[in-house]
Design a protein. Structure first.
Length: 148
């Protein structure tokens, strides 16, 4: 059984980096064979981007990989991946997703599972507090991020 705590800790560090830079506190890491090979955080605000959610930023920063590597990968995200980020998981065949929390936002988790991806939700209190505090402080920015 894999200990998810060290990898989620790094994803939370990424989320805090994003928040400190004036962005949305969501972080992500990509792990293959027990090693972090990529990391990222939501940078929509910082880069004026429409697509730089944490998972997309992580994949972009990881760079091109062969399909066989993605199939062995686990993507960690502090928040349940949205439709766009879940689509990237499916497109690249990432086999395992570990979510810090899905109480403040839930992406298409059942659909992702129906496509053969193992998806676990940790209900991590630190992830929940980070998002609840941000949503309360920045509701307009949050709604923009989730397309509302």
């Amino acid at each position: 059984m894999v200990d998810h705590a060290p990898f989620m800790k790094v994803a939370i560090e990424e989320a805090r980096k994003g928040l400190a830079a004036g962005g949305i506190p969501i972080g992500s890491v990509l792990v293959v064979d027990g090693k972090i090979i990529g990391r990222g955080h939501n940078q929509r605000v910082q880069k004026g981007s429409t697509i730089r959610h944490a998972e997309m930023d992580c994949l972009e920063e990881t760079g091109r990989l062969p399909a066989s590597t993605y199939r062995r990968a686990t993507l960690y995200s502090t928040l349940s991946p949205c439709d766009m980020c879940s689509g990237a998981v499916l497109l690249y065949g990432i086999s395992h997703v570990v979510v810090g929390e899905n109480s403040t936002f839930q992406g298409p988790e059942d659909y992702v599972r129906s496509r053969g991806v193992t998806l676990e939700v940790l209900n991590d209190p630190e992830c929940i507090t980070l998002m609840e505090s941000f949503i309360k402080a920045q509701p307009t920015l949050w709604n923009e991020d989730i397309g509302e």
